[in-house]
Design a protein around this ligand. Sequence first.
Ligand SMILES: Nc1ncnc2c1ncn2[C@@H]1O[C@H](COP(=O)(O)OP(=O)(O)O)[C@@H](O)[C@H]1O
Ligand SMILES: CC(C)(COP(=O)(O)O)[C@@H](O)C(=O)NCCC(=O)O
Length: 233
Amino acid sequence: MKTLLIDAGNTTIDFRVYDSKDKKIRKKYRCFTYSNDWKDAKWAKEIIYDQILFTSVVPEFTEFIENLNIDALDIKKAEKLDLDKLGVRHITELGSDFIANLHALKKPNAIVISVGTTTTIMKVKDFKFDGSIIAPGIRISLKWLIKSASLLGKGDFKWSEEMVGFDTKTAISIGAINGHFEMIKGLVSQIKISGEYDIIITGGNANLMETGIQKEKWIWNEQLIFDGMVNLL
Ligand SMILES: Nc1ncnc2c1ncn2[C@@H]1O[C@H](COP(=O)(O)OP(=O)(O)O)[C@@H](O)[C@H]1O
Ligand SMILES: CC(C)(COP(=O)(O)O)[C@@H](O)C(=O)NCCC(=O)O
């Protein structure tokens, strides 16, 4: 049985395929949410899938897929979804991405960090939602920094091993990338977790902070949201 899994986020829409035979999730196609690429709905016309499951935090995408009148299930309407078990009072309280990520967890206590358009930190206790933090994402911060200061230009900003920069590009790299990582670390330590907590990081911008993630020994799961979706099938 093949399932088309779709994760519609504010920056990208990511299509993957889950095959129940070998239980693997394979990458298929990813496009920018602001592009019109997904609107041709080519993916919806492929008949090789037995079902389509999606998670969306983009109302335009949700509306679009609903109007296609195809058999595509929103995880918010999945039969297996048990809000009491997740500690959520109402489905509107939490984004679909949080709900899918909650279903991906193997251990009861975790901090789930998602670095996409926004940077979200979710605390999970006994498999239940135990609060979250939402901050502007790395790319948003960088974009507005560059837009707001006339002399700053676009660049290939990346993780830096320097403490301070002696050129503008390095200085911005430290501020935007290393600084973002330090912000996450600070917020995680502010949560004051006691006992055993897995710290899991996911999202399209995690690769920018790979060095820090490895230093902290956080678990990096690039397909966390899809793992959660599969558990809702
Ligand atoms: N194939 C890809 N296409 C576009 N962006 C990608 C791709 N792979 C990684 N990215 C990165 O992912 C970031 C967006 O992260 P993502 O987790 O998709 O955010 P969201 O869930 O908010 O849409 C982009 O800024 C880009 O740097
Ligand atoms: C916090 C988010 C913007 C994160 O989205 P992302 O950065 O992954 O695109 C998303 O989970 C969201 O829109 N939450 C609010 C859901 C709601 O209030 O209905």
